[in-house]
Write a protein that binds this ligand. Structure first.
Ligand code: ADE
Length: 274
């Protein structure tokens, strides 16, 4: 099969793109189990693109249950070199209004250690650099696409606080994350971005703001219904951004993320099992 360079991991409410033509479904399996769903492959803006709904069709996996390793492994099997992860997030800043898009450039990990978060271990030790948790080069293209095509306000940069969930935050937690300088809060950027880095895939995130979490005195506390309703009203902004992004990606581009393991593996080569 021809390699597919670009993968999209769709968040809540973004199960597939209507604009995707000549679709086929590929059922893959991996040493880490099955991915969230069949990978949908199709043509978008002149390129073959692989699309994977993060929570499975019908939204079957909680953020803690998403098989992140299988998802990244499955896209790697297709030879994907660029992934855009799309997420629904709460806002921790007045100026990040529900309906806006954010392209975060930093992250804080507030997951609780229950999600397998590395491909390494069991005899192979590797520590990838993660100072830049998303690929700045791919993020710049996402920004260009979002500004050109989304018809909403786009914020470049910001810190994504990734919490475990599935419950939303308490007010005290929400204020804590605000005091840490976080911009948005969601449940899925990590370990997805870490695993993509370990797989030497350039990864960027496009976050759709759906609510003000629970810190804002003038807005109701977030509910799942509020998140779904805002996604449904604004899903076109994400879809238009994705469609505009594809032609901006040079499938042959080489970014630092593509050699993330060059200085990361500590295990002596002779001790790595064949
Ligand atoms: N996803 C969407 N809104 C959220 C919020 N307020 N907290 C965590 N995850 C979210």
């Amino acid at each position: 099969m021809e390699p597919i360079s670009i993968g999209i991991i769709g968040g809540s409410g973004l199960y597939a793109m209507e604009a995707l033509t000549d679709r086929s479904e590929i059922q893959l399996t991996t040493p880490f189990g099955d991915p969230s769903d069949a990978v949908i492959v199709g043509n978008l803006a002149g390129q073959r693109v692989a699309f994977l709904p993060r929570h499975g069709r019908g939204h079957r996996f909680t953020p803690s249950e998403v098989p992140y390793r299988a998802n990244i492994h499955a896209l790697k099997q297709l030879e994907v070199r660029f992934i855009l992860g799309v997420s629904a997030v709460g806002s921790l800043r007045e100026e990040l209004v529900p309906g806006h898009l954010v392209i975060p450039d930093q992250a804080i990990d507030r997951t609780k250690g229950v999600r397998p978060a590395t491909f390494f271990g069991e005899g192979v030790v590797a520590h990838v650099a993660f100072g830049e948790p998303v690929c700045p080069h791919l993020s710049a293209l996402v920004s260009k696409a979002a500004h050109a095509a989304s018809n909403t306000t786009v914020h470049d940069g910001g810190t994504y606080c990734c919490m475990e969930g599935p419950q939303f935050s308490t007010k005290a937690e929400s204020e804590l994350y605000r005091s840490w300088g976080c911009s948005i809060i969601g449940m899925t950027l990590l370990p997805e971005a870490k695993l993509a880095r370990e797989a030497e895939i350039a990864y960027a995130n496009l976050s759709l703001v759906t609510d003000y979490d629970c810190w804002h005195p003038d807005h109701d506390n977030v509910t799942a219904a509020m998140v779904v309703e805002t996604i449904n009203r604004n899903v076109a902004a994400a879809q238009n951004t994705i469609a505009a992004l594809i032609p901006l990606i040079d499938p042959a581009a080489v970014y630092p993320a593509h050699s993330a393991l060059a200085h990361a593996v500590m295990t002596a080569p002779e001790s790595i099992p064949a």
